[in-house]
Design a protein around this ligand. Structure first.
Ligand SMILES: [Cu+2]
Length: 363
């Protein structure tokens, strides 16, 4: 059965092109190109923007592999009332970033990265964001959540009290309660809105329920895109900014460990985005506002600003693709792989042994 699957895959050039780099397994790119750690470059020719070249993460100041599990909890102190005050310093700044090998983009950023920091708090806390606009353009921080109009980051609202649009060199402190628990987002709300958002001014905003969620390997995936020629359409699609990053560097996860993905869609210029995982299913919690999943599925669709939490476990070692089920997006960068355990153990014997561990497999 495994041999049959391999033969089918090998006959499809696109499938070959999307095999992750440096796989040690029998399905890996090394099996096709036959040489060392750079195996996969030739196989990658159909899918990569510039085979053999990669983005300079150091110059960007962030690496999408590290962004996955990078949660910014800010600084906390306890108020006289006993409540926790959680505080962040956020600076908007203009910055050139590389979104695909050799493709530079004049981004507008929160704290120098795209997406901005994943702000994480707990339900019921008091939150304070000291925002400085060091960009050459006016911006705001508009949070999804429940708060007074003055704290909404909306141009024209509260201008005479220093709120609303925050001009270059100006500061404003947003303050509100962490409500409701769930997975939210923040973004600039200055018009033209699509361009202020698509330039990179957005980030995930997680409010944990008071009781927390079960232990898991947690990661954030912000689905975004880049209109590199400013024609109001995207040339590059990605998760966490760099197209094909997780093909070049698969996301290492452990077999049988609960994986929790905080998935946010901030894509502009296309009405819908999607997430599909291969060879697995996940529980889906729309907006993360309930502890009961709404669906057990392998594909989820999100409109602009929609988000949700995915929970899954991988029962078999190996490389498993995830990608937008919009094929155009997948082939323009929105593709990646989970690397479960040690893919070299992906053998028929290992698969059948795992099957025999299942309650109905012990015969
Ligand atoms: Cu803006």
């Amino acid at each position: 059965m495994l041999g049959g699957a391999l033969a089918a895959g090998a006959s499809l050039p696109i499938v070959q092109g999307l095999l992750p780099r440096e796989s040690g397994g029998p399905t890996g790119a090394s099996a096709m190109s036959g040489h060392g750690s750079h195996a996969g470059h030739e196989a990658f020719a159909h899918a990569g923007f510039a085979p053999g070249r990669s983005v300079n993460h150091r110059a960007n100041g962030f690496n999408p592999t590290e962004l996955l599990r990078d949660f910014d909890y800010g600084k906390t102190r306890r108020l006289a009332s006993g409540r926790v005050l959680r505080e962040w310093e956020i600076v908007a700044q203009d910055k050139e970033i590389e979104v695909a090998p050799g493709v530079k983009y004049e981004a507008w950023t929160y704290n120098g990265r795209v997406p901005g920091p994943t702000l994480r708090a707990r339900e019921g806390e008091k939150l304070r964001l000291n925002f400085l606009n060091a960009s050459e353009h006016p911006h705001t921080m508009h949070f999804h959540g429940i708060h007074p109009a003055l704290m909404d980051g909306m141009p024209g609202i509260g201008e005479n009290r220093g709120a609303g649009q925050i001009g270059p060199g100006e500061e404003f402190t947003y303050e509100f309660d962490a409500e409701p628990f769930g997975l939210h987002l923040y973004h600039c709300h200055v018009s033209p809105l699509a361009s202020h958002i698509s330039r990179g001014l957005y980030g995930a905003f997680i409010i944990d329920p008071k009781k927390g969620r079960p232990d898991a390997d947690e990661m954030v995936m912000v689905m975004n895109g880049f209109d590199t020629n400013f024609d109001l359409g995207n040339e590059i699609y990605a998760v966490n900014t760099v197209g094909f990053h997780y093909v070049n560097e698969p996301i290492q996860v452990s077999r049988d460990e609960l994986l929790r993905v905080y998935l946010v869609n901030v894509l502009e210029y296309d009405p819908l985005n999607s997430f599909h995982v291969h060879a697995n299913f996940f529980q889906y919690y729309p907006t993360g506002t309930s502890l009961d999943p709404s669906e057990y599925t392998d594909t989820v669709i999100q409109g602009q600003g929609q988000r949700g939490i995915l929970e899954m476990k991988f029962p078999f070692d190996g490389d498993y693709m995830f990608h937008a089920h919009v094929s155009e997006f997948a082939e323009l960068g929105w593709s990646g792989f989970f690397r479960v355990g040690n893919p070299s153990r992906l053998t028929a014997a290992a698969a059948s042994a795992a099957y025999c561990d299942l309650p109905w497999g012990k015969t």
